[in-house]
Design a protein around this ligand. Structure first.
Ligand code: CUA
Length: 164
């Protein structure tokens, strides 16, 4: 019998690990498939697209800020800009109990938006609008910061939402 026809020797412990690995892969592949197709859990996708070249000149982001839709219901448009590394606006005041839908975009490079002590935390990409809704039940100051390194003034990108 030639050597090549011999059955490959696999250590019994190694065999167990191979079987466990195969089972784990099948479980993960099934979990991802079920989450994606049966439960409809998808990675975030842009809710709106805008032209970063004109976003500061025309459209809602050219006049960013708070808009009252109904009593206690607001839309907040924020434009992030590198040079001079600012959020427009960077100071916003809303009454306690307000529900605010954030629309944030960038006029240039990639920024981030994290509203501290809330679940509002997303990337801000040129050409796309990031959006999330939050209800401010507690009175206080909610600082927000840029969470993506966007140039030498990155650390100057912050603001605050005051709930009173
Ligand atoms: Cu904007 Cu970092």
């Amino acid at each position: 019998m030639s050597k090549s026809k011999e059955k490959m020797h696999v250590d019994p412990y190694e065999k167990i690990y191979i079987y466990i690995s195969i089972v784990v892969l099948i479980v993960f592949a099934t979990a991802v498939t079920v989450a994606g197709f049966a439960l409809g859990i998808q990675v975030p996708s842009p809710s709106q697209r805008v032209d970063p070249n004109t976003v500061a000149i025309e459209g809602p982001f050219s006049d960013p800020g708070l808009r009252e839709l109904a009593p206690g219901k607001y839309e907040l448009y924020i434009r992030a800009e590198a040079v001079p590394w600012r959020f427009y606006p960077d100071k916003v005041t809303v009454p306690a109990g307000s529900t605010v839908t954030f629309y944030v975009t960038s006029a240039d490079v990639q920024h981030g938006f994290n509203l501290q002590n809330t679940n509002i935390n997303f990337m801000v990409l040129p050409g796309q609008v990031s959006t999330l809704t939050y209800t401010f039940k507690e009175v206080g100051e909610y600082p927000f910061i840029c969470t993506e390194y966007c140039g030498v003034g990155h650390q100057n990108m912050y603001g605050v939402i005051t709930v009173e």
